[in-house]
Every structure is written in structure tokens, then in C-alpha cells.
Design a protein around this ligand. Structure first.
Ligand SMILES: Cc1ncc(COP(=O)(O)O)c(C=O)c1O
Length: 424
């Protein structure tokens, strides 16, 4: 058994902050303030990440170029808009463990999920099912059900849902694999959240991909809660596609442009059906305005429209901070910070709440989901009004996310102090 690295008391939190090599990044973000002007205890980066202080400079640059250059900005802006989305390719690839050709930032998450399913969900009479978590984010549920119906199948018989075992809160990875082994021949697509939004559970994506491919299934992941939260190695793990948003752990801003991964093995799969738009067309001939679509190789071939430069500018600001901090360094701090949150909550030995997120650090990221069956919503609202910000998910879950880029051990300490005081 490893020794417990944590101690009670505010001095410990202060000492940990003093020796935290990433603490300098805290000042690179705007913290919302309370009515009296104090910075909030913001533990909600799993929902909306904070604004980088550099964000407005990145946006101003594009606004200035637009004002001064108009349409000429496409070629003559300081960062020309025509290839602007590529400014994000290397960093995005590094963030999700991909090759640059495998990633693109475009659209929003649910749109990208539909685009991916248009290409990769190809049901046949014998193989038509989609495997998903029952507790998947509703948008994913709606998207997969609508795709099933779009292809003329019935979600009642075509949607396979994974649930935890009786009395457990999270789905066991081995149960996913054995389900795939048992029913894989009828499964067209495995589509799981990399980190489940409600429980914070991080699935074993490499093993699930392997199990799925062994049975001939297509494998895709929604990494909304994984991207920027923990390191993933999409190229090596080998899923066919993945999608994610950039307004949570990636701090791109509300509704910011999303990410998409298509494995290199499909980079030149010209025969895959896809919903096409002109920005996915071969860039060498895009402006010849011909009638026939010829896609770019790689993920860029799934683009539809010319990209939203202002949203990309905002995302660049945050991706530059991310690249500077390094996802592996962030993960090391995150593991420690979430472990500290768990340690402090457990000391309360209260029966009024329980932690549903797995206790093994390898099976979770920067989030603990606290089940509060009685009066939890009221407590969450009261804490929010005091400037302590997590979020509530019906019916009974209070989600708290210590983001390693900008949260401190003292944030976690103060949160637990106020949370426990509010419980009593
Ligand atoms: C896991 C997950 N999937 C999908 C979505 C929907 O994202 P969007 O509204 O950007 O399409 C969210 C939003 O929070 C999410 O958490």
C-alpha cells in the first residue's frame, strides 16, 4: 500500500500550491467574481472552461485584420484565414495523440458526430446495432437514435445500452469487452464517451477498440470530457473516429468550434459515403468551383464550411497555453488534485453523500461526481450564490472538477470546507 500523500488543514493546501510547478498558469485565466469582487472558487471546467487572459488579444488581431483588410484578410491577414484552421492542427494532434492528418477543428460536437456516423455507421441486415452507455450524454443518445431511424431501423432493437452491474455506479471495462465478444457480430458501431459526463469514469479506450475491431465493429468515441482532461493516444489505440468539444477542459469559449479525429487508415478511403461541403474539397482545385466533389485526404476532407475564424482565434489562445503547460504535466497535477479532493471528502465520513467516480486514478480524470440524493440541488445553488461553482446534473449528481491549469489545492480545500458546512 502506498503512503497517503495528503494531510488535513489549510497549511497543507498552501504548501502544495507553493511547490506546484503549474501554479503560474492560474494568472493566465479570468476568474468570475462574487458580488463583493472576490474570485469565485471555480470547479466547473468540465462544463465551461475559463477564459484565457490572452484570448482578447487573439480575437482583436482578427477583428483588426477584418476591419483593415476586409475580404483580403483571407490571404493577407497576419495569420491568413484561408489556411487558419491549420494553425491548430499540430497542437490538436499532440493533444489527442494523433497525426496532423487525422485531426481537424470544425463545426460543433454533435454535428461532427453526425458527420462521422454518416460515414462510419453503415448498418446491414445482420450488423446494424449501436453500442452506447445508457448514461451517455443526451445529445449522443439523440444522435445515435436518429441515425438508427434514418437508416430504417428501430432503436428498441438496434440500440444496445451498457449499464453498471446491480449496486455499482460505473460500468466495468471487462463488461464492455464481454458484451462486445458476445454480441459483436450484430454491432455496426461502438460509440462511447471517453470519460462519461455523469460519473467521470474514463473507459479503457485501447482495449475497447481492440475488442470492437476483433469483432468487425466500427469504433468511435465522444471525447467531450476527455480532450484536455487526460492524455489519449488515438492513433495508437486505433478507433475509427472521435469527436470532442473545446469549451470544457480546452477553454475555447462558449460554443467554440469542435474537434474531429479520423484514423489515418481512412485518410484516403474515397469510397466512404460522406456528407460533403466545399471546404472538404481538395484545396488545390476548390476555387475552380467545379461541380464534382473530390475530398481532401484525412480528417480535413470532412469539413463542410469555411471555418469560423473568431472561434478558432479564441481556441488558439487556449491551445497555446495548453501546449506550454503540457498535457502530461497537467495530468500529473490533475491526478494529485482530484486525489486530494477525494481525500478531503472522505474524511467527512458522511452518509449524506457518496462519490460515484471510480477511486482508481487511472479510471478517472479531473472530476468527482458526488451523489447527493437529498436536497442536493438546493446545496449546489446555495454554494453557487456564494461563489463556489460546480454543477448539478439531475437527478442527484453534483459534479466538481479541479482543473489543473487554473485550480489550486486551496480552491479544493475551500470547496470541501464550504460543501461540508452546507451539508450540516
Ligand atoms: C459528452 C457530451 N456529448 C455531447 C455534448 C453536446 O455538445 P454540443 O452541444 O457541443 O454538440 C456534450 C455537451 O456538454 C457532452 O458533454
Amino acid at each position: 500500500m502506498t503512503a497517503n500523500p495528503y494531510q488535513f488543514g489549510p497549511e497543507f493546501a498552501a504548501a502544495m500550491d507553493a511547490r506546484d510547478p503549474l501554479s503560474r498558469f492560474r494568472d493566465r485565466f479570468h476568474f468570475p467574481t462574487t458580488k463583493s469582487g472576490e474570485p469565485c472558487i471555480y470547479l466547473c471546467g468540465h462544463s465551461l472552461g475559463l477564459q484565457p487572459t490572452s484570448g482578447s488579444d487573439y480575437l482583436q488581431q482578427e477583428l483588426r485584420d477584418w476591419a483593415q483588410l476586409g475580404v483580403e484578410g483571407h490571404f493577407h491577414a497576419r495569420h491568413p484565414w484561408m489556411p487558419y484552421h491549420r494553425l491548430l492542427s499540430e497542437q490538436t494532434a499532440a493533444l489527442v495523440g494523433a497525426e496532423p492528418i487525422e485531426v481537424v477543428v470544425m463545426n460543433s460536437l454533435t454535428v461532427n458526430l453526425h458527420l462521422m456516423m454518416a460515414s462510419f455507421y453503415r448498418p446491414t441486415r445482420d450488423r446494424y446495432k449501436i453500442l452506447i452507455e445508457r448514461s451517455a450524454f443526451p445529445s449522443d443518445q439523440y444522435a445515435v437514435q436518429s441515425q438508427i431511424k434514418y437508416h430504417g431501423f428501430d432503436p428498441a432493437t438496434s440500440l444496445l445500452e451498457l449499464t453498471p452491474r446491480e449496486g455499482e455506479t460505473c460500468i466495468r471495462d471487462e463488461d464492455i469487452e464481454s458484451r462486445v465478444d458476445r454480441e459483436g457480430e450484430s454491432i455496426a458501431l461502438i460509440m462511447l464517451g471517453g470519460v462519461n459526463y455523469a460519473t467521470g469514469q474514463f473507459f479503457d479506450l485501447a482495449s475497447i477498440t481492440k475488442a470492437g475491431h476483433r469483432k468487425g465493429c466500427v469504433v468511435g468515441f465522444d471525447l467531450a470530457h476527455a480532450a484536455g482532461n487526460l492524455p489519449v493516444r488515438l492513433h495508437d489505440w486505433g478507433p475509427d473516429f472521435a469527436v470532442w468539444c473545446s469549451y470544457k477542459n480546452l477553454n475555447g469559449g462558449p460554443g467554440c468550434v469542435a474537434g474531429c479525429f479520423v484514423h489515418e487508415r481512412h485518410a484516403r478511403a474515397w469510397n466512404l459515403p460522406r456528407f460533403a461541403g466545399w471546404w472538404g474539397h481538395d484545396e488545390g482545385t476548390r476555387f475552380q468551383m467545379g461541380p464534382n466533389f473530390r475530398p481532401m485526404p484525412g480528417a480535413e476532407g470532412w469539413q463542410l464550411s469555411n471555418p469560423p475564424i473568431l472561434a478558432l482565434a479564441s481556441l488558439r489562445a487556449s491551445m497555446d497555453v495548453f501546449a506550454e503547460a503540457g498535457i502530461e504535466n497537467l495530468r500529473a497535477k490533475s491526478t494529485s488534485l482530484t486525489g486530494y479532493l477525494e481525500f478531503l471528502l472522505q474524511q467527512a465520513k458522511s452518509e449524506r453523500f457518496s462519490i460515484v467516480t471510480p477511486s482508481e486514478p487511472a479510471r478517472r480524470g479531473a472530476q468527482l461526481s458526488i451523489r447527493l440524493p437529498r436536497a442536493g440541488r438546493g446545496l449546489c445553488d446555495r454554494l453557487t450564490s456564494l461563489g463556489v461553482i460546480g454543477d448539478w446534473r439531475e437527478p442527484d449528481t453534483y459534479r466538481i472538477a479541479p482543473a489543473p491549469l487554473y485550480n489550486s489545492y486551496q480552491d479544493v480545500y475551500v470547496f470541501v470546507e464550504r460543501f461540508l458546512a452546507g451539508l450540516s
